[in-house]
Design a protein around this ligand. Sequence first.
Ligand code: ZN
Length: 309
Amino acid sequence: MQTTIGTAISFDGPGLHSGAPARLTIRPAGADHGIWFKRCDVELGDAMIPARWDMVRTSPLCTEIVNAAGVAVSTVEHVMAALAGCGVHNALVEIDGPEAPILDGSSVPFVRGILKAGLRPQGVPVRAIEILEAVEVETPSGWARLSPAKPGTGLEMSFHIDFTDAAIGRQEKRLNLANGTFVRELCDSRTFCRAADVEAMHAVGKALGGTLENAVVVDGDKVLSPGGFRREDEAVRHKMLDALGDLALAGAPILGLYEGHKAGHALTNALLRALFARPTAWRMVSCDAEMAESLPGSGVERDEIPAVA
Ligand SMILES: [Zn+2]
């Protein structure tokens, strides 16, 4: 069944790139509403932005959605991942600034809040996007692909990264996102960057809200953030978290295999555009009870949230 959040819940803090403080509030919404953002600080014109792939303004560093009036919200991927990973299909996300709070750099604060607020089933079957044909996009540096799922499987994800910094290096991970996997395995993984890139980002007005606490900063074989990585392969796990958040902009859960090879926000969005440009590659299906059990939010338990600082 479709699910919304039991009660409204708020999160406060600066955005990673703008450094601008904002309050983000997730509110319950009716069945078939989907996920929408609302810029509640915008008084004139259209403040509503659907969380959808065709509203994305491409950026290599984060995912920004913008409506026809030019009203935008950036860095939506971590809250989108939390909603998808907890199986929240309908919600209104109000925000009083241009960028979602980065919090600890992962999705765990959002997941904690959502599961504390509770999930409310809405008595209407979930509609999902079943992948029928493989679709792939590539750039000189990486590729991303969606292909049909194995029978009985919902969303499976495989990701590969390769960094020259030895602190990250080459990492590979494959996960079936059913049964609360996102909450157990991915939601606490933080964003990361290379120390060498921080200055370049600052020069173009990005990463202004970044700290050694809300992003894991690496320099060669050293991790500059106190305490180091939360898990040995936290970096590839965070890329999978980002991919789930970006795929959630499809507007419905995806039944298929997502593979990312050095992929990022722009490539995953290009993949969704390629998918929806090819009508034979997908179809909408109404999930029966068995299919619903394979969706990312099915079986999520509050006591499975990783204990992190
Ligand atoms: Zn991220």
